[in-house]
Design a protein around this ligand. Structure first.
Ligand code: ZN
Length: 66
C-alpha cells in the first residue's frame, strides 16, 4: 500500500510542507475581552519551514471535565 503524504500549503508564501506530528505545537489565543466571553482558544499550529510563519490548521477544543 502506498503511503500518501499529506501536504499543507503555507497561507503566507505558498510553500507546501508535510504536517509532521513532531512539528506540531499548540497555540493559545487569550486576548482580554473575547477570552472572558469565549474562554481560551487553542489551535494546532505548524511553522512553515520556508518563511517561518505560523499556520494554524485546526481549532483544538477543550476537553470537557467530567
Ligand atoms: Zn511559508
Amino acid at each position: 500500500m502506498k503511503k500518501k503524504t499529506k501536504l499543507y500549503t503555507c497561507k503566507v508564501c505558498g510553500e507546501q510542507f508535510e504536517l509532521l506530528k513532531e512539528n506540531k505545537y499548540i497555540g493559545v489565543e487569550s486576548n482580554g475581552v473575547s477570552a472572558a466571553f469565549n474562554g481560551t482558544k487553542y489551535f494546532d499550529c505548524f511553522d512553515c519551514p520556508k518563511c517561518g510563519c505560523q499556520n494554524f490548521v485546526n481549532v483544538r477544543l477543550a476537553k470537557k471535565e467530567k
